[in-house]
Design a protein. Structure first.
Length: 238
């Protein structure tokens, strides 16, 4: 007895063809979704790196613009001298950018800040008081991870070129003047003797160039750079 055509099922060949087509469609959908998700992860990672780099560079710039030096040092507290110690991969300086979160804490707007890289992390260390050990103590914050390098350059107005080191630090033998005329006279004697004066050595650089290079998971580099104009270059007499 013949089976009506409307009641016939799929043959083995037809079933295999249908399964093959479904497999191809599923593979295309999977590859499309995988590429989309991978592109999304890459975009999110890139956005996160750019955000971290811009935030870090802006923070360094703000702190540098608040850097200051002061010649007013108490005879009884010579350990509270201000300074600016800049190298090619690290910088430490006194600044007036500290924010006191709690009114009852014995702090002011002055402090000491250090920027350096350790274990591929950009660290910002801040001390809320100025002492004779700027390289020790303080609270550390991680500004960025995956750091390849951090570079600083300092503009030398005498050489009219960038240098990778800048040191502004009062020597222990420098006299402490309360009279400005006496200080000018002492500087004049130094100039006649060929000795650099405080006005020439105890100053901030006019500009600081900051370069930060971050890496993603695939080793691609993301460079960030800014030139910071120093606002308080000359040392205060108070």
């Amino acid at each position: 007895m013949a089976i009506p055509s409307s009641d016939r099922g799929f043959t083995m060949v037809e079933t295999m063809v249908a399964v093959g087509i479904l497999t191809m469609v599923a593979a295309l959908i999977y590859s499309t979704v995988a590429v989309t998700l991978r592109a999304q992860r890459t975009a999110e990672q890139t956005q996160a790196i750019y955000h971290a780099g811009m935030v870090a560079v802006n923070k360094i710039s703000r702190d540098l613009t608040n850097a200051f030096l002061s010649k007013h040092v108490s005879v009884l507290e010579k350990n509270r001298e201000t300074l600016f110690l800049g190298r090619d991969d690290e910088v430490t300086f006194t600044y007036v950018g500290h924010y006191r979160w709690f009114p009852e804490t014995p702090e002011s707007d002055q402090g000491v800040v250090t920027y350096e890289v350790k274990s591929k992390r950009l660290l910002r260390r801040e001390k809320t008081f100025i002492d004779d050990r700027p390289e020790k103590g303080g609270d550390e914050d991680v500004l960025a991870e995956g750091v390849k390098k951090l570079e600083f350059e300092y503009w030398d107005p005498v050489a009219e070129d960038w240098t990778d080191e800048w040191k502004a630090e009062l020597e222990d033998t420098d006299p402490i003047f309360l009279d400005k005329d006496a200080e000018k006279a002492a500087n004049l004697v130094k100039k006649v003797s060929g000795i650099p004066t405080d006005e020439e050595t105890f100053v901030l650089p006019p500009r600081v160039r900051v370069r930060l290079t971050l890496l993603d998971e695939d080793g691609r580099e993301y460079p960030f750079q800014t030139d910071v104009q120093m606002q308080m270059r000359d040392a205060f007499n108070w």
